[in-house]
Design a binder for this molecule. Structure first.
Ligand code: AKG
Ligand code: FE2
Length: 331
């Protein structure tokens, strides 16, 4: 499985900067292998599950989403953030249950230096009416990207569920109709004057999988074993994928949700589009019975996306990973 190394390592080689630990290459998966012959698919499934187990994340290439579709989504996001404050604030709300929400502050406990627009996207016909009409291409460009990303999320989930021994059609219908939550993040360029370079503080994502597209580097992922950070390079045409809290629950702890953060880019302002995929709002996710036995007792209680929204306001800074609050052995 090919791998790429984080770019911060090079930056740390300059005089006066304490050296970072050696870069830990991130796995790169060629998704085209999933639809080739069965032997190629089996190898791709093995690589995907290995990456999820060991790193909690990987980069995907050959996923079938065109460069123009990806660039279109980044442009639409960028043009939205360039609108006047007044226009953007039409979507401002304190209510995290709103179908669309714009904010700039750290009321969520983790946004140190970002503005964001968050909205739902699947099924598209249910949600697109809430999306911005400015810039005029927003709905078309973001809609196309959201549909394509949902398709990739289905392929990835089928592979992961197959690799966990649950079978590729496990939960298929529920995933088809499940939540897709899209977060557009806008970070300023880091300034020499401001010491704090963190745009978004460490956290894990709700849901099974997050698929992330970034305009330039800034995403960092924490290594499961020693808590060190690796910078995720912006490989042209690639998407970043990581494991969310509910995949940890479903896999009964075989896979761990990934702690990640965003640092400000010293060269330019940065946009990322995070697409979070899970079951529908009220559907509880439980540890798969097939993965529970006397040697692997059930580790987590069941919970839904609604439960997560209930949990969030009162627990902003208590857990880096929501899944910790679901542990059965927790005091
Ligand atoms: O901007 C990034 O790279 C990370 C965004 C993120 O973690 C999120 O939206 O949940
Ligand atoms: Fe995140």
């Amino acid at each position: 499985m090919p791998a790429v190394a984080g770019s911060l390592y090079m930056a740390s080689q300059h005089k006066g900067v304490p050296p970072l630990p050696p870069p830990r290459p991130l796995p790169v998966i060629n998704l085209g292998r999933l639809t080739m012959d069965s032997a190629s698919r089996a190898l791709a499934v093995r690589d995907i599950v290995l990456a999820c187990r060991e790193r909690g994340c990987f980069e995907v290439v050959n996923h079938g989403i065109s460069r123009s579709c990806m660039n279109g989504a980044l442009e639409a996001a960028s043009e939205f953030f360039q609108l006047s404050t007044e226009r953007k604030e039409e979507f401002a709300s304190d209510d995290i249950r709103q179908p669309i929400r714009y904010d700039t502050s750290s009321r969520d406990g983790i946004s140190m230096s970002r503005s964001f627009l968050k909205h739902y996207a699947n099924p598209l016909d249910d949600w697109i009416k809430f999306w911005p009409t400015q810039p005029p291409t927003y709905r078309e460009k973001m809609g196309e990207y959201a549909v394509e990303t949902h398709r990739v999320s289905m392929q990835l989930m089928e592979a992961i569920l197959q690799g966990l021994g649950l079978g590729p059609s496990y939960l298929q219908e529920k995933l088809e109709g499940g939540v897709q939550f899209v977060a557009l993040n806008n970070y300023p360029q880091s300034s020499a004057k401001k010491a704090d370079k963190i745009g978004l503080a460490p956290h894990s994502d709700y849901g099974f999988l997050t698929i992330l597209l970034q305009s330039s580097p800034g995403l960092e992922v924490m290594h499961h074993e020693d808590d060190t950070w690796t910078s995720v390079p912006a490989i042209p045409g690639a998407l970043h994928v990581h494991v969310g809290d509910h995949l940890e629950v479903l896999s009964n702890g075989q896979l761990k949700s990934l702690v990640h953060r965003a640092v400000l880019n010293p060269k330019e302002s940065r946009i990322s589009i995070a697409s979070i995929h899970g079951l529908s709002m009220d559907e509880e996710v439980h540890c798969a019975e097939e993965l529970v036995d006397e040697h692997h007792p059930k580790m987590y209680r069941g919970s839904s996306f609604q439960d997560f929204l209930d949990f969030l306001p009162a627990n902003m800074n208590r857990y880096k990973r929501y899944v910790e609050s679901l542990r059965i052995d927790k005091p």
